[in-house]
Each structure stands twice: as C-alpha cells, then as structure tokens.
Design a protein around this ligand. Structure first.
Ligand SMILES: Cc1cc2nc3c(=O)[nH]c(=O)nc-3n(C[C@H](O)[C@H](O)[C@H](O)COP(=O)(O)OP(=O)(O)OC[C@H]3O[C@@H](n4cnc5c(N)ncnc54)[C@H](O)[C@@H]3O)c2cc1C
Length: 491
C-alpha cells in the first residue's frame, strides 16, 4: 500500500497533455507548477509568424469538442465562453484523382445524399449501414478503452468489451473491414485515410481505428471562432492559471530527482530546484529517458520503439482570398496501397495524398483581403536514415509543383514557413516525427508506454506517447488520467 502524499505537483511540458493535467490538478486544489521549455504553450499545437501572417503549425482537424469541454469544465469554465468553436461545413472536401469530389458533411441524410450523387443509391444505402456500424464500434470502445486508464489492472479485465469489439470486427484489418461494407474505392479511401493519423497503413491498422473515421466524418470537425488552433492551448493555460497553477515558460526541466520514497523534485536548467511529491512528464518520452528521468523509470515498452511516419508541412501567406475553398481539402493521389509501403520502408511516398487547410475564418491569420494556406504531406521519419540535406529541397520542390498543378498557383515566391522531419527533430521530437509511436497492436492501450512508473512512486506520464495516444482528444484524456491517479492518492 502506497503512502498518500499531498505535496506540490510539477508538470513537465505545456503541450495539450501537460496543460490538461495541470487544469485537472489545479482545479482540485493541488499546488501545480508547469514548466515549459518554449516561450508559449501548446507544444505541437504551436504557432509561427512570417511577413505579417500567422500559421497554426500543428493540428487543424479538431474533433470531439466534448473532450475539450470536459477539460475546461473540470475547472468550472465553460467551453462556449472561453473557446467558442465553429463546426466546419463541410468537415472535409475530398478531391479524388479522377476529378470527382465528395464533401463530407454533418447529418446522416445529408451525407448519404452526397454519397448517392457520387456513387449511386446502392452505395448510399451501404454507407448508412456502415455509418451505424461505426457508431456501434465507437460506443464499444470509448468508455472501455479510449477513455479508460490502462495503467490499472482492471483496465485489462474487460472481457465483455473485448468480445463486443471482436464481434463488431474490431480486430480485423482496417482496409478489409471497410472494404467488406463499402464497394466504391473512393468511399473506402474516405474512411481509411484516417489510419495515417495513427501512423499506420490501412492494411496494417486494426479496424478498431475506424473510430477515428467516426470521430471526424460523423462527429464533425471544429475550429475556434477566434485565434485559430493556437487559441486552444492558450485557453487551457489561462484556465489552468486561473485555477491556481503557476506556469513557467522558457524553462527546461533537466532532471527528475528521486529519494527512497520516489520523486522528490525537479531540477531546472536555471539551476533552480522545484520540490515535488508527484511529477507528470508530458513530453517526448524517448528523449526524457535519455537524461531527464532516473534509470529506474525505464519502461520495457519503449525498448524497441516503432515511430509513426513524419510529415512535411508548408505554410504560405497569400495576398488574396480563396473564395469557395473548403477549410480542409484532402487531395488524394492516384496511388493508394503502394504509397504506404514507401513510407513504411522509410522512403517518400511516390504520389502522396495532401491535406490542404485554408483557415479563411481565422482573422488572426492574415491581413484583410489576404489568407493563409497550409499543406501537409506524409513523409518518412528520420529513423530510416534518409539523406535529408538532399531529400528536403527535392520534396519541397515537388510539393510546390503539385500545388500549382492542383490549381493553387505558383507559391514558390510567397512568404512561407516549412517544417520537415529534421525541423521536427530540432523541435525535440524523437525520430523527427511529431506523431510519436505508431499505433500498431503492440503499442496500443496496455502496450503503449505506461502512464505511471511502477518503480518510482510519484512519477506519472501524459501526452501522446502514453495511452490513448496521438491527437488532440487523446492528449487531453491522457492528462486527465494522470491527474486522476494523483488525486486518488497514488502519488
Ligand atoms: C503538423 C501536425 C499536425 C497535426 N494534426 C492533428 C490533427 O489534425 N488533429 C489532431 O487531433 N492531432 C493532430 N496532431 C497531433 C497533436 O497535435 C498531438 O498529438 C498533441 O498535440 C501532442 O500533445 P503532447 O502534449 O503529447 O505533446 P507536445 O505537443 O509535444 O508537448 C510537449 C511539450 O513539452 C515541452 N518539453 C519537452 N521537453 C521539455 C523539458 N525538458 N522541460 C520543459 N518542457 C519540455 C515541449 O516544448 C512541448 O511544448 C498534429 C500534430 C502536428 C505536429
């Protein structure tokens, strides 16, 4: 039986995982100090400026606003007042290589009408059945697996939930699961591209990840009414501070210190030492294990890490608006299966699908009459040993040509900011990927690095390296789970 200790809690990293932990802990009256190496909160959910333009450098597909609402709600703040969100319409525009398009919109009947127009009535009927099945799978997974604490033994003992998931087809491969219910290749792509969000090709991802397609294509995609995506971490930091947390920016944690009873404090790069009875480490875990953490904190699950692919992201400042452009357009390449094998082998995709984001409603992004455009291309991470000095300019050139061919014009001379895998590595992401470990079976749920150290009392983990995993809602949930363990007295 562990001792209950109610000392200060130090949270390392003001990404969404760390911020969520800080909000939940401070709201329950715990003394919380959050240290962040950068000058602003957000981590991956960052911001950059160039020539009068502002770019959101991380997530753009914001799903499951209820998870954000719950995080703010823990501190008595109302999502509608601290961070009003707008539901995008369409959620995505899918542009296929044959020139056809599908707008993914809210509401079963509206969406079925779009499917009917693109693929005919029989496929629309199949779509509606598939959509119901996605909903059932989501219900089966949410409370038992995604929103549950996998560090507890009882988290593993869910035979009924597992059986339900197996019966729903959750342990088949995602591509086969979707193709068994939809016949039009374009619709299959519309519900399998999300495998990339969990770092896997659709033929390797388990069908349980079809829930990601439920979250975005059914649940909807949102965007802050003011301030772009970077408003999310700002609002979280404000709410955490109002609840009593103290946040130190521009300060790096250098060493988690321990004594016979577990953690005792955190040594900072300023030389200062923060006393702590619990520490939540909410940053890149492989790097943390290379110096920040005591050896006893080692986790066998990180012995052979399998990293997600990375991405090349280019942000452009345009001196014009883009009337009629959807907020999110996914341009599918002609190739599909082969593009994933290239990534898995550490090579750039031969014909990548691109996510183009145009946040026209964000008036902090560009001067009046101007706009910004961001494009994300999946790219290999740096673990494959590619020669990035040579590869990076080639990929940038190719992307500029592709954007011109897609009708975005010549963007080679407009103000821009670029993030390629070496840039992600410089920002502190292991293997040059901001998407952490992929979500193969042996890096999922109980097999993802633990949220709590078994051998170092008081040491907890949050963020995308832990369960439930990568993405805005999972990172927020991981912070809440870490806070809950501490609040229950598990140090
Ligand atoms: C380009 C891109 C696109 C994305 N698109 C989406 C999307 O559309 N939808 C979606 O849901 N998700 C998306 N994601 C993923 C999502 O943004 C992340 O999974 C999530 O934000 C990770 O949060 P985190 O708290 O785990 O980690 P991070 O955001 O990495 O935060 C960790 C923080 O710890 C700090 N830190 C590190 N070491 C130390 C130290 N020693 N001392 C102090 N501070 C330290 C870092 O500076 C950083 O701020 C995207 C990410 C990127 C980069």
């Amino acid at each position: 039986m562990e001792k209950t200790v109610r000392g200060p809690v130090v949270v390392i990293g003001a990404g969404l995982g760390g911020l969520s932990a800080a909000v939940h802990l401070a709201a329950r009256g715990r003394e919380v100090v959050l240290v962040e190496a950068r000058d602003v909160p957000g981590g991956c959910c960052g911001t950059a400026r160039a020539a009068g333009y502002r770019f959101d450098t991380g997530p753009s597909v914001l799903t499951m606003p209820e998870v954000l609402a719950e995080t703010f709600g823990a501190a008595g703040a109302d999502l509608e007042s601290v961070l009003p969100l707008r539901r995008l319409d369409p959620f995505y525009r899918l542009a296929f290589h044959d020139g056809s398009r599908l707008d993914v919109v809210g509401g079963a009947e509206r969406m079925a009408a779009n499917v009917r127009e693109l693929c005919g009535p029989a496929e629309a009927a199949r779509y509606l059945r598939f959509r119901r099945r996605l909903g059932e799978m989501f219900e089966a997974e949410w409370s038992s697996f995604i929103d549950a604490d996998m560090t507890r033994l009882r988290g593993m003992a869910r035979p009924y939930a597992l059986l339900k998931l197996a019966a729903a087809g959750g342990f088949r491969r995602l591509d086969r699961f979707v193709a068994s219910q939809l016949t039009d290749e374009r619709l299959v792509r519309a519900h399998t591209f999300q495998a990339l969000y969990v770092g896997l090709p659709p033929h390797k991802a388990l069908a349980i990840y079809a829930v990601v397609a439920h979250m975005d294509t059914v649940g909807g995609v949102y965007f802050p009414a003011r301030g772009g995506m970077h408003a999310v971490p700002h609002a979280l930091a404000t709410v955490a501070e109002k609840a009593g947390a103290s946040i130190h920016y521009g300060v790096r944690a250098e060493r988690v210190e321990t004594g016979a009873d577990g953690v005792t404090g955190v040594r900072l790069d300023t030389g200062e030492r923060l006393p702590a009875s619990s520490v939540v480490v909410a940053c890149d875990l492989p790097r943390a294990h290379a110096g920040l953490l005591p050896e006893a904190a080692g986790d066998w699950r990180l012995r052979r890490p399998r990293y997600s692919p990375s991405c090349l992201v280019m942000h452009f400042g345009l001196d014009r608006r883009l009337p009629g452009q959807a907020h999110h357009t996914l341009h599918f390449g002609r190739e599909w299966g082969t593009v994933f094998s290239a990534l898995a082998a550490g090579r750039p995709q031969p014909d990548p699908s691109l996510l183009v984001t145009c946040p026209e409603s964000d008036d902090t992004a560009a001067p009046a009459g101007h706009s910004t455009l961001s494009v994300l291309e999946p790219a290999p991470n740096t673990a494959g040993g590619a020669d990035w000095d040579r590869l990076a300019p080639q990929l940038e050139e190719r992307l500029l040509r592709r954007l011109a061919a897609l009708g975005y014009g010549d963007l080679s001379a407009v103000p821009r900011e670029t993030f390629d895998p070496p840039a992600w590595a410089r920002l502190g992401h292991s293997a040059g990927t901001p998407f952490a470990l992929d979500h193969r079976f042996r890096q999922t749920a109980w097999f993802r690095p633990s949220g709590r150290s078994r051998r170092v009392p008081g040491l907890h983990f949050a963020g995308m390296y832990t369960a439930p995993g990568v993405g805005v809602p999972p990172a927020l949930i991981s912070g809440r789970l870490a806070a809950a363990r501490i609040l229950e007295g598990a140090r």
